[in-house]
Design a protein around this ligand. Structure first.
Ligand code: ZN
Ligand code: ZN
Length: 184
């Protein structure tokens, strides 16, 4: 009896255009070769709000997403419009549990310095794949065109491609194989 391929869950916190979520789903399926499904899990992030910074701490959101998602999902990616931070940084485009199940991407700062509407879709899809890459144990990559390159500035996001470099692809393949074996 062949087991069904595990799925990646896209969980929008607020309402997003179908066009954007479809693009994220398509890029996730292309990068990881797992089917993507969407299901909202949380709609109130007040537990993660930091009144001093007036931003949202991403780490407790990841824990909440992980705890709320049905067990059969391999990975969960949250999507939010709010501005996210971790204590050591002014803001983050997203955060992930390294080698874990949950990650999140924020669209808040991905609208900066936009050249075209399509730029926004591309940026969100890139950062979503980047964060999911961390859940598959991928680390930041020195290759500036690799999707796992760490971006400090929005121009870094625009410069990198939508793909993993050859090296990161091999590492991802190893991790996917390991997951497949563990699931047997
Ligand atoms: Zn990263
Ligand atoms: Zn790479």
């Amino acid at each position: 009896m062949g087991a069904e391929k595990p799925r990646i869950l896209i969980s929008p916190v607020e309402d997003f255009d179908d066009e954007l979520v479809d693009r994220v789903a398509a890029e996730i399926e292309r990068a990881f070769d797992f089917p993507a499904e969407r299901l909202p899990l949380i709609d109130d992030l007040s537990f993660a709000h930091d009144p001093g910074r007036n931003q949202f701490h991403s780490t407790p959101i990841l824990e909440r997403l992980d705890a709320s998602a049905p067990e059969h999902f391999l990975k969960i990616i949250g999507m939010t419009r709010v501005d996210l931070f971790i204590p050591i940084l002014t803001h983050v485009y997203g955060e992930a549990q390294l080698g874990g199940r949950a990650c999140i991407v924020s669209t808040h700062r991905l609208k900066e310095e936009m050249k075209a509407e399509s730029t926004f879709l591309e940026r969100v899809a890139k950062e979503a794949v980047h964060e999911l890459g961390h859940t598959f144990k991928l680390l930041h990559c020195k290759d500036k065109t690799c999707i796992m390159h760490y971006c400090r500035h929005i121009s870094d996001v625009d410069r990198k491609s939508g793909d993993l470099c050859r090296y990161c692809k091999i590492l991802l393949g190893d991790e996917v194989k390991r997951i497949g074996k563990a699931g047997d």
